[in-house]
Design a protein around this ligand. Structure first.
Ligand SMILES: [Zn+2]
Ligand SMILES: [Zn+2]
Length: 823
């Protein structure tokens, strides 16, 4: 017996794949292509098991497709710019670049030790100036088209990260990276006009039928398209106030108006009123409330009357104007008409402050009454108490009333979006410098293409005292105006790192191209991405930006399609003791430790076998040992087989029963595994099929020692090794070689199942007597109904029950059951 020395085996095969450049790839129009992409890692220092899971899934698909005859692109790179490197620099006094490069080389070793089939010559790191120069080039093209622009705007400021955040990165008023409460500041910033593509981002979802519904739903909600109307409400003794509503059909039920505490009109309205001092005090309190909690509706609804009144433009009714903490400036106009009968938040507010509640929509089969209502009725219905607009369906009323408002000049139909333009300015060092200078004479001047890249200066001071380190490098800040030649100040803001990951998957196709961002011919061959595997947490940030970027590239004439990713597959999380594995919880597992103890193949097999890839995986040491045993069993089977000499034998037509059983199981396994990997990515059930075939081999091993039987055994072993290759490539290569093959398994063709061999020879059928199952028979496929009836009646227990009775009826359901009715 030989020993399964996984460490030596794995390193030897990894070295061979590298020296033979097995995974290098180039466009080949004679072959079908498959672009298998995974989300590139941030070089934080360690590959964690979440990465391993992501990359194991895509590696199985890449290796499988390759064996199926596809030309496979399966590249990897590094999302290498960003805040953690800079924070490490401050904390440890090591330059962000040095820290990043060290981490990349360590993590690269880890990935190589896992045996992933990457074309390493295509590796990219977004911190290379040869990469980020194209971020700058794209930025300049967007600047020319008005897609990039600079504006003073209230922005999300994270005091802990000392930088601004995009809206998407400050959801719920919380910094996406450090979870600090985000503040609002008024600053001059660079934006990308993603809102110009908001309808396209929605409409093009028609092309994303192979994306999970939950990802699309998140994007739809994030873009937040709501058709509605803007309506001006006259204010007694003041300028009108504009509100936005998606339910103008309920406007006759508006009994008061509510403004956000931050609404610019608030202070003016209060001034001079009787309760001004009290209102101002309340306002100060409302403004100091946690914005995040307000947004999430987690604070008690609270408000104060301004002392002023507005007039309902439809009913002419006088409506008190309130200030309320549940209205926010970010959406619509920061002012709402309150319809307590038909909006739950308004209802709660009205109940608290004793404001009137009037029903103007009746739901089918109910008689709603404002006086007895216990909750708002928010659904559609028919209008009541709405003057000339009464007795209309909600949808009809919405159209007619919006048209009326427009005709009378106090409103119009409009659509609002939750999506805001993408704020890309970051006041940090470790990012792509924004390629503009400020000239006293010429203002904002773009850096000409031929002066790109604007490179990060290596000598910036990292003090941790706040502020952008780039501002403290005179040789960087002092520039010459490209237009007038005079002195100019260089922009020190750098780009959000989500810019880097918005288009990296194009750069893999021509990583060294010096005269352009992308190679059009290569893009035509390789795109779209056939499969993109990555975490669901990227459903709205990265995956919205990447779609946006491709649409911009199409408009620049760089690509001729609107969507880069055909199929998206978000893998599940890795849990331990029921909780998500994370550094902060201290429940992480180092993949390296598992590799040392069991080898990379065991780790791969374990991760793939223990749960469906889209579901959460609960880490379990016992299951790892189980995966290791599966590989060892295969190893020993091959051992015993080769001890019997490796003579070539033919599969003769006349095989003994155990050999026929084995062949059937072998071909059924091919069918199952092919279907599981190809169509559904049910990699865990594929592993279960390996286990079953192993069991079957073990069961018949002793009785297939010669002739055709031995040939069937060989077929089973070889098939299993080929099928398992995408999952556990090292040990499979080794065993393949030990079975006498000289060529590498990596290019072995995927086996085809022989349907005739795979077909079951006999089927177990139930036998019922008067509706109860009383026994089972094993029937050969193709047995006639008459023969089945006879065999069923002869089954010993059934025969006992039939004895002395008369059979009224005998029904045969082929392949399933024989049923007798007796008296
Ligand atoms: Zn932060
Ligand atoms: Zn100038």
């Amino acid at each position: 017996m030989t020993e399964y020395g996984f460490d030596e085996i794995e390193r030897r095969w990894q070295a061979r794949w590298a020296t033979q450049r097995c995974f290098e790839v180039s466009a080949d129009t004679r072959r079908p292509k498959f672009y298998c992409l995974e989300m590139l890692p941030y070089p934080s220092g360690d590959i964690h098991v979440g990465h391993v899971r992501n990359y194991c899934i895509s590696d199985v698909v890449a290796r499988f497709k390759r064996m199926r005859g596809f030309n496979v692109m399966h590249p990897i790179g590094w999302d290498a710019l960003g805040l953690p490197a800079e924070n490490a620099a401050i904390k440890r006094g090591i330059h962000p670049e040095k820290w990043t490069r060290q981490n990349i080389s360590g993590m690269k070793r880890q990935l190589q030790r896992l045996g992933f089939s990457y074309p390493w010559e295509r590796e990219i790191a977004t911190c290379d100036a040869s990469y980020y120069r194209w971020n700058q080039w794209f930025f300049l093209r967007m600047l020319e088209r008005g897609i990039a622009y600079r504006a003073k705007a209230p922005v999300n400021w994270c005091p802990n990260c000392a930088t601004v955040l995009a809206n998407e990165q400050a959801q719920g008023g919380e910094c996406w990276r450090c979870h600090s409460a985000v503040e609002e500041r008024e600053l001059n910033q660079w934006f990308l006009r993603i809102t110009a593509y908001q309808d396209a981002l929605l409409d093009d979802m028609r092309q994303l039928s192979a994306w999970p519904e939950r990802v699309l739903t998140q994007q739809v909600n994030w873009i937040g398209r709501s058709p509605g109307a803007e309506v001006d409400f006259a204010v007694e003794g003041g300028e009108p106030i504009r509100i936005f509503t998606t339910r103008i059909d309920t406007i006759f039920g508006a009994t008061f108006m509510v403004l956000a505490p931050e609404h610019p009109r608030v202070d003016g309205l209060i001034a001079g009123t009787k309760g001004a001092a009290q209102a101002r005090e309340a306002l100060t309190r409302l403004r100091s409330q946690d914005r995040r909690a307000r947004q999430a509706g987690q604070v008690e609804k609270e408000g104060v009357f301004t002392g002023r009144y507005a007039l309902n433009p439809f009913s002419g009714e006088r409506m008190p104007i309130w200030i309320g903490n549940f209205v926010l400036m970010g959406y619509g106009t920061g002012a709402i008409m309150s319809v307590p009968a038909h909006d739950q938040r308004d209802f709660e507010f009205a109940k608290k402050y004793g404001l009137s509640i009037r029903v103007v929509i009746q739901s089918e089969g109910e008689a709603l009454d404002g006086a007895t209502l216990t909750a708002a009725y928010e659904g559609p219905g028919r209008t009541v108490n709405t003057g000339t607009f009464s007795n209309l369906a909600s949808s009809e009323a919405i159209a007619k009333m919006a048209a009326h408002a427009e005709a009378k000049g106090f409103g119009k139909a409009t659509i609002t979006y939750r999506l805001k333009d993408w704020l890309i300015s970051r006041q940090r060092y470790w990012g792509t410098p924004i390629p503009v200078v400020y000239c006293e004479k010429d203002g904002v001047v773009p850096v000409p293409d031929e002066q790109l890249p604007v490179v990060l200066p290596p000598d910036a001071p990292f003090t941790g005292e706040g502020g952008n380190p780039l501002e403290k490098v005179p040789s960087f800040v002092q520039a010459q105006c490209p237009r007038c030649g005079g002195p100019a100040r260089r922009e020190t803001d750098t780009m959000d790192t989500f810019v880097d990951s918005s288009w990296y998957f194009y750069r893999y196709l021509s990583p060294n191209k010096a005269d352009g961002a992308v190679d059009l011919a290569a893009v035509r061959y390789w795109f779209p991405i056939d499969l993109y595997v990555g975490g669901i947490e990227h459903a709205i940030l990265h995956l919205v930006y990447a779609r946006f970027w491709t649409k911009v590239m199409r408009d620049l004439g760089l690509v001729d399609f609107a969507e880069p990713v055909l199929r998206l597959f978000p893998q599940g999380m890795v849990h331990m003791n029921g909780e998500v594995m994370s550094k902060s919880k201290g429940n992480t597992i180092a993949p390296d430790d598992v590799i040392v103890r069991f080898g990379a193949d065991t780790l791969r097999l374990y991760i793939l076998s223990v749960a469906p890839p889209e579901m959460a995986l609960e880490w379990s040491e016992e299951s790892i040992a189980g995966s290791h045993r599966l590989i060892q069993r295969l190893w020993r089977l091959v051992d015993r087989y080769t001890e019997g000499g490796a003579s070539e034998l033919a599969l003769t037509a006349e095989l003994p029963q155990p050999a026929r059983d084995l062949r059937r199981k072998t071909h059924q396994t091919i069918q199952r595994v092919t279907r599981d990997v190809e169509e559904r990515l049910h990699l865990n059930t594929a592993v279960a099929a390996f286990q079953e075939l192993l069991n079957e081999i073990g069961r018949v091993e002793e009785s297939v020692t010669e002739g055709g039987g031995r040939a069937a055994l060989r077929e089973a072993l070889e098939t299993l090794i080929v099928l398992m290759n995408p999952f556990t490539p090292h040990v499979c290569e080794e065993l393949w070689q030990r079975l006498g093959h000289s060529g590498g398994l990596v290019d072995q063709a995927w086996p085809l199942a022989d349907a005739a061999v795979a077909r079951e020879e006999s089927i177990e059928m139930a036998v019922q007597v008067n509706g109860k199952v009383r026994g089972h028979i094993l029937a050969a496929v193709g047995t006639t109904e008459e023969e089945l009836r006879r065999a069923a009646a002869a089954e010993p227990r059934v025969a006992q029950l039939l004895d002395g009775k008369s059979i009224v009826k005998a029904v045969v359901v082929p392949g399933r059951l024989v049923s007798f009715v007796v008296r």
